[in-house]
Design a protein around this ligand. Structure first.
Ligand SMILES: Nc1ncnc2c1ncn2[C@@H]1O[C@H](COP(=O)(O)OP(=O)(O)OP(=O)(O)O)[C@@H](O)[C@H]1O
Length: 239
């Protein structure tokens, strides 16, 4: 993305001076940022730097101690529980490290749990084709590899066509091959359907596939760069 294109992109989220404490520990120390629509942002940083806490606040899972979060003109951090639940149902998809699939449902049934009755879904057939799940639809989670389970959880998160997809260490439990595959497929989904993706990771190679790399350290943004030359997932070099 060039700077010129960047200037014309809509801001979908914005935060102002977010802080968060857990007990005596201040985990976020004043995070101010903007997120543009239809971008892939990596949030990189060591364990404990506050990546998940920031993602959880952006996705409405937890509230900041101080500061505000906007999604367009709505102040998410001020919404009631009911309003927040509605925003999340319509606009937010989450992918976690540990998949969180329901063991007694098939792949197909797990994916369809993600459908939101109040808005059009993505094409199920197209989605499972992109995520390479066509042959697995009648299997149960226990019969799947980690990569297959994560691809199912991604399909469940995106079938409702969320505007925002939050991926928290989505490749954290996967080996190199499956990690590359999942990262590649997330980029494919973004191209195919258009959505704004935020992806926390420890892995600098995964971050290099993103349009933008925010690096966190000790609850603060250490650097925030537009990645003018993202690498493809296939070109990531594992250490
Ligand atoms: N619910 C919680 N209760 C208490 N402390 C918490 C809670 N969630 C996070 N923390 C603490 O906040 C700090 C930041 O955690 P966070 O999970 O945001 O970091 P992270 O950068 O995502 O780390 P990791 O890469 O290991 O997931 C850590 O010291 C963690 O122990």
């Amino acid at each position: 993305m060039s700077r010129e294109e960047d200037m014309h992109m809509e801001i979908i989220m914005k935060t102002e001076n977010l802080t968060k404490d857990f007990g005596k520990e201040q985990v976020l120390k004043g995070i101010t940022l903007t997120i543009h629509e239809n971008t892939f942002t990596a949030i990189l940083g060591p364990s404990g730097s506050g990546k998940s806490t920031l993602l959880n606040i952006l996705s409405g899972l937890i509230k900041p101690a101080t500061g505000r979060v906007w999604c367009e003109n709505t102040i998410i951090s001020d919404l009631s529980e009911k309003q927040l639940a509605s925003w999340k149902r319509m606009d937010v998809g989450n992918v976690f490290q540990n998949y969180l699939l329901l063991d007694n449902l098939t792949v197909q049934e797990n994916i369809k749990i993600g459908i939101c009755p109040h808005k059009p879904s993505l094409s199920f057939d197209r989605l499972v084709r992109i995520l390479q799940l066509e042959e697995l639809l009648n299997k149960f989670p226990a019969e799947l590899s980690g990569g297959q389970q994560q691809r199912t959880s991604i399909a469940r998160a995106v079938i409702k066509s969320p505007r925002l997809l939050f991926c928290d260490e989505a490749t954290g439990s996967l080996d190199e091959e499956n990690s590359k595959n999942v990262v590649e497929l997330l980029h494919s989904l973004q191209s195919a359907f258009g959505m704004t993706i935020l992806f926390t990771t420890h892995n600098p190679q995964i971050a290099k596939t993103a349009d933008r790399i925010i690096t966190m350290k000790n609850g603060m943004i250490q650097s925030d760069i537009q990645n003018e030359h993202p690498i493809t997932a296939g070109n990531m070099v594992w250490g």
